[in-house]
Design a protein around this ligand. Structure first.
Ligand SMILES: Cc1cc2nc3c(=O)[nH]c(=O)nc-3n(C[C@H](O)[C@H](O)[C@H](O)COP(=O)(O)OP(=O)(O)OC[C@H]3O[C@@H](n4cnc5c(N)ncnc54)[C@H](O)[C@@H]3O)c2cc1C
Length: 399
């Protein structure tokens, strides 16, 4: 690689591959791994939930704070465009009832292979086993230092991903590169992470139980916000979209207040009145919660599950109603970068032109994918956003 590359792309994840497809001839992906899309291969438990069926407006709304920034790229390269592109490259897809879109084969490998095939067919190139160590701006472009040599390019895309699951190659290099070139990096934090709670031991029997469409308040010393979604009890604590989508805003010591059964006062009173001869666990079984959650709740409140209803005192009944109405879980741990699915924080969005993905500070420098400061929900948003921002960067940098 002695020649100057017209458009170098660091990273062969969905953002880098999409940029190579959109740019075509002149684009060269530089990837440190010996194959493309290692993180993509893990996505969706190896099945790759690469997008969803949401209309563009709803997709942007679900992206919360990052929505306005992502709008130009998502509108230019939306889910239909992504689905068609993969289909034409031999990877048809299927939408589940919940709107999540997967390859028909349910094999992430097929998404990766289709993106790679499309990039190569469009005239882009890729080199593997090349780890970029540092970048310098030159008069005519950029020079990229690797262990073996220095690569020169006119335009450059940082598609190096975030800092989670570092064994996939995404070790946070993109943040260091962007910062060295003058960009501001908002502090990074694990995102799409499960949490452990102080109450975990009492609730371990509920592992695998889901409560749909439940409201939670996330309370920390300086702030409080609420969200609604599906909650999953795990062996170690809490997960599911409700927790994952808010995990970047949660810290150790915070309280997660879950409104398991907002109408508990009415429903519990009815359950006890209609079943006075039963024991408490059997009486409560008519509530719309799993038996495991009800058992864990009683266990946590130190109420014996076989206690006859008529032997319950007022305080115990109020405790049950109070907990099911608003249960406080104290966060003892948020999953780390080692296991969180994504990274929040990163290159400050206002320093990037959302209509081209070009840096507002360094002409010829582009940024796309998870290296950017966004924290998106679970459900195909992250791969779609990497694809859309990467495609827009590749189109803008086209030579
Ligand atoms: C377990 C797991 C499951 C997930 N499931 C889903 C899912 O189902 N749906 C969804 O939408 N999202 C999912 N995600 C998130 C999604 O995979 C990422 O958001 C997405 O891959 C980010 O794309 P990217 O192109 O920005 O970065 P990445 O995919 O991380 O790619 C960056 C590439 O850059 C390379 N690189 C980095 N630094 C250098 C360097 N210095 N030199 C050369 N190469 C470099 C890396 O090796 C890597 O290949 C999941 C993530 C994980 C970890």
């Amino acid at each position: 690689m002695n020649k100057t590359i017209p458009f170098a792309i660091i990273g062969a994840g969905p953002a880098g591959l999409a940029a190579a497809i959109a740019c075509g001839p002149g684009a060269v992906i530089i990837e440190r791994n010996r194959e493309a899309g290692v993180k993509l291969l893990l996505s969706g438990s190896g099945q790759c939930n690469f997008t969803n069926t949401l209309a563009k407006t709803d997709f942007i709304r679900a992206c919360r704070k990052a929505g306005p920034f992502l709008k130009p790229s998502v509108y230019s390269f939306d889910n239909d465009y992504f689905i068609n592109l993969l289909g034409e490259a031999g990877c048809p897809s299927i939408a589940r009832k919940d709107g999540k879109v997967f390859p028909v084969s349910l094999k992430a490998e097929h998404v990766r292979d289709a993106l790679l095939k499309a990039a190569l067919l469009n005239g882009a190139d890729i080199v593997y086993n090349v780890h970029v160590l540092s970048i310098q701006k030159t008069k005519t472009g950029f020079s990229l230092k690797t262990k073996e040599n220095t690569i020169h390019c006119k335009k450059l895309l940082l598609a190096c991903g975030g800092a989670s699951w570092q064994q996939t190659g995404s070790t946070g290099d993109g943040y260091a590169f962007a910062q060295a070139l003058g960009h501001t990096i908002n502090p990074i934090k694990p995102s799409l992470a499960s949490i452990e709670t102080a109450q975990t031991a009492s609730f371990s029997h509920s592992a695998g139980s889901t409560v749909t469409n439940v409201k939670a308040d996330f309370i920390s010393s300086g702030s409080r916000h609420s969200d609604t979604g599906d909650l999953l009890f795990t062996h170690r604590g809490l997960s599911g979209p409700l927790i994952l989508n808010n995990s970047h805003l949660i810290s150790k010591g915070d309280t997660v207040r879950i409104h398991l059964l907002p109408e508990a006062e009415k429903l519990v009173s009815q359950a006890l009145q209609t079943n006075p001869k039963r024991n408490i666990i059997n009486a409560l079984k008519i509530l719309p919660l799993t038996e495991a959650i009800l058992t864990s709740t009683l266990h946590y409140l130190r109420i014996y599950i076989d206690t006859p209803v008529r032997e319950l005192n007022k305080k115990q009944i109020n405790q049950i109603i109070g907990f099911l109405t608003a249960a406080d879980f104290t966060v003892s741990k948020v999953e780390s970068f080692a296991t969180s699915m994504s990274t929040a924080g990163g290159v400050v969005l206002k320093e990037v032109n959302s209509h081209t993905m070009e840096s507002r500070l360094v002409p010829g420098l582009y940024l796309a994918g998870e290296v950017l400061d966004y924290a998106l929900p679970t459900g195909g948003f992250n791969i779609q956003a990497a694809f859309s921002t990467g495609s827009l960067a590749g189109k803008s940098a086209r030579v």
